[in-house]
Design a protein. Structure first.
Length: 224
């Protein structure tokens, strides 16, 4: 059996982990380096727990690029699985997300840094967006009132690495527009994924307004 096939088999048989919305931290040059993470659920809705068996076919309403059988490229690496496990909430803590179904992961995009971005589901039917070696956040599944997810990462603050905004968007979303220092910044949506990288002089606070452009030309203003 080829290595890729063996990896897929191991992933499909791996035990499911139990995690909450988290900010992951990575080690660099022998020391831990934090990241400012802003994960925004545009509209927070109370949803009941739903068991999702998604390792064979995806369960991502409105995300055509993720609603497909799992492929080798979707399998989370052992390192990413270990990072998610290390970020588990302590036993007995309040769990509003449910068990993250790691084998439901679908690759949806790649950031300029080369880090891969995955969509996952949970036993409480939440939509999670995870970036390897960086962050993971969860919210209710997308709908008409919350057509996108949004996470803004500012790794080292003003003047350092540029902040980046990213997320997944429903099939009917064509672009996401921010206002940064009074100027529009447009992030096109491709295969349900979008991102916008600012300048080193920006911070996550620079992304102040949010407008979604739909494929039919309509626009929606969302709370940031």
């Amino acid at each position: 059996m080829q290595a890729a096939e063996e990896q897929l088999v191991r992933a499909l048989l791996a035990p499911l982990d139990r995690v909450e919305a988290v900010t992951l931290r990575s080690a660099q040059n022998g020391r831990r380096r934090g990241a400012f993470i802003l994960a925004l659920g545009i509209v927070v809705l109370a949803l009941g727990g739903v068991a999702v068996a998604a390792s064979i076919s995806g369960h991502f309403p409105g995300l055509s690029s993720a609603n497909r059988p799992q492929e080798v490229r979707d399998v989370l690496s052992p390192e990413v699985r270990a990072q998610l496990k290390a970020a588990d909430r302590p036993a007995g803590s309040v769990d509003q997300i449910g068990t993250r179904l790691l084998d439901s992961a679908r690759l949806v995009g790649t950031l300029p840094s080369g880090r891969r971005v995955y969509a996952l589901t949970t036993t409480r039917d939440r939509l999670c967006v995870a970036v390897e070696k960086l962050s993971a956040s969860c919210q209710p599944q997308l709908g008409e009132r919350n057509p996108i997810t949004l996470t803004i990462v500012d790794a080292d603050g003003f003047g350092g690495q540029p902040p980046i905004a990213y997320g997944v968007a429903r099939d009917d979303v064509a672009a996401v527009t921010f206002t940064i220092h009074g100027r529009p910044a447009v992030a096109p949506v491709q295969d349900n994924f979008y991102f916008y990288e600012g300048s080193p002089l920006d911070s996550y606070r620079s992304f102040v307004a949010l407008t979604v452009t739909l494929t039919d030309g309509r626009t929606l203003s969302l709370d940031r």
